[in-house]
Design a protein around this ligand. Structure first.
Ligand SMILES: [Fe+2]
Length: 343
């Protein structure tokens, strides 16, 4: 089950050129294409005649022509042409999805179109900030439920075991977590005081010696995360200006999970940082290291999916599951409320 009345990332902006792009979101096939005014159209990827994917057809300006018998549709899903048939049948149409391109991603609204409000799309806070750098948005397919990824992104402890050579260090094993739930999602965070700077961050931190480190893991409904890493000179944690301190390292890792189906997820991400704006070398180093770390997550989460599917005994909950469990409960409540309202 999925939350339908929500925005999901359908594709990277960079993947949408002049052609037709087929994607799967919440078990539905969509065809994306760019209109002549630069905006993006998203249609059900199935011609109503024989259900051939429209993505196998051709662009005709801002229209899409089916590759089987030439039925032609506009960006609103209306059929404008059926070769050999007049008049055009009333029922000859395809579903059109609200689509918005923003900050490197194509977002689609999977619920009732009249409820789609682009103002509720997850904002990448420092995307255009002149003093912040960013990586190129990227993506991978992970063969697990999106909920295993939201669990992982509300679990700051896993870096100690899954990412020991990049994000993790020993302090990540023991320091207790704080969990805060709100109307938009759940935040799990902690400060670790006087720690070494973990390997991923060490080359970029501007001060010598030990650090106060904050892990701030936030996931918003339905499945969108911002993971903030803070490294400040030891002793500055908890001060009001810690994030504004000139030596403080800040990195925001945005993670947007799009369920392809119940057990497959397209995982999109981009990172911003409070230094080296426009530095392509730093950006490509970040991008490569992040991808390598997310490949470590992928190995674990795909095996967890199979492990849970084949479980022969109940899962053993731990204290560290408080944030993920809270998120799952509230999301499930929203999904049920939505399906009751629809039913
Ligand atoms: Fe991870």
């Amino acid at each position: 089950m999925f939350l339908n009345n929500a925005w999901y990332v359908a594709e990277l902006s960079s993947a949408l050129g002049t052609g037709l792009v087929s994607v799967r979101v919440l078990g539905q096939s969509l065809v994306l294409y760019r209109l002549s005014d630069g905006s993006v159209a998203a249609l059900e990827d199935a011609c109503p005649h024989r259900k051939l994917p429209l993505s196998m057809g051709r662009r005709r300006g801002d229209l899409v022509e089916c590759g089987y018998h030439g039925m032609t549709f506009d960006a609103a899903g209306r059929c404008l042409r059926v070769p050999g048939t007049q008049p055009i049948p009333e029922t000859a149409r395809v579903r059109s999805y609200p689509a918005v391109e923003r900050q490197g991603f194509i977002w689609v609204w999977m619920g009732a179109p009249e409820r789609a409000d682009p103002a509720t799309i997850f904002d990448i806070e420092h995307w255009d900030h002149p003093e912040w750098g960013r990586t190129e948005p990227d993506a991978m397919v992970v063969r697990c439920s999106y909920l295993h990824i939201t669990d992982n992104l509300l679990d700051p402890t896993h870096v100690a075991w899954v990412h020991p050579s990049s994000f993790g260090d020993q302090a990540c094993e023991q320091t207790p977590l704080q969990t805060v739930a709100s109307s938009i999602g759940v935040v799990v965070s902690r400060w670790m005081l006087g720690v070494e700077v973990a390997p991923f961050y060490a080359p970029y931190v501007r001060f010598a010696g030990r650090a106060d480190r904050q892990q701030h893991y936030e996931v918003r409904f339905p499945s969108h995360a911002c993971i903030r890493a803070v490294f400040a000179p030891a002793g500055s944690a908890g001060t009001a200006s810690v994030e504004a301190h000139p030596d403080t390292f800040l990195m925001d890792s945005y993670n947007f999970m799009t369920p392809i189906d119940e057990r497959t997820t397209r995982y999109f991400w981009v990172q911003t940082r409070n230094f080296a704006p426009g530095d392509a070398i730093v950006s490509s180093q970040f991008a490569a290291s992040v991808r390598a770390a997310f490949e470590e997550d992928k190995v674990v989460l795909e095996a967890v999916q199979i492990g849970i599917e084949n479980a022969r005994s109940p899962l053993q909950p731990l204290f560290i599951d408080a944030g993920p469990a809270r998120f799952r409960r509230e999301l499930q409540r929203r999904i049920e409320a939505e399906s009751n309202a629809d039913g």
